[in-house]
Design a protein around this ligand. Sequence first.
Ligand code: AMP
Length: 220
Amino acid sequence: MILMMLGAQGTGKGTVAGILSTELGIPQVSTGDIFRKNISEGTALGIEANKYISKGDLVPDEITVPMLESRLKEEDAKNGAILDGFPRTIEQAQKLDEMLNKMGKRVDLVVNLVTPKEEIIDRMLTRRVCTNQECKTTYNTKLHPPKVEGICDKCGAPLKQREDDSDPEAIKRRLDIYEEKTSPLVNFYEEKGILQTETVSTAVNRMGADVARDLVEKLK
Ligand code: AMP
């Protein structure tokens, strides 16, 4: 089963994908996480990708698409995956269809998370992530703080703010790119009849964990 998370930054895609991954037993495949792992390990891919990521730009397809393809071919993804952060453009979505087609798979469900813009910016500024690359749990200093400030509840590693979350220019650039290049994917998947849109907002008292719980019930 191939599931896909769609939605702007800070809507909770990673949170929902993480819960679905644990509950459904298929890996969360986050292109952003793979890039960040490469950056922290100082690989050639990481150094190249960081030139774009630090500014809030998209990493070119020549780097991103083969990276995603080889991840989807790994053993743990043979029964499916939860895509988080890929595709980000119609072109990437078409390349994904070709790739999955060759593997005898297809996208089964696209979960589109929608959150009011003011809430999104606030969430990006208050997001903290676990520095342990094997854990990567996400917190929010206001909505979902760790039990001990700055320390991951799950593994005890220090938490940090993502570099691209601390720079207001990079945040704005990422949201603009989402509007321009990624949001057309909503229609793309709606026309295929596989889109499920969910509002995630404190205003309606529905957060990522609530969406994930309902999805697990539907998919299990
Ligand atoms: P994310 O963790 O999904 O917010 O991704 C962090 C950054 O990684 C993005 O702002 C992009 O610079 C880069 N990135 C992640 N996924 C992709 C993708 N599918 N295509 C191009 N760049 C990506």
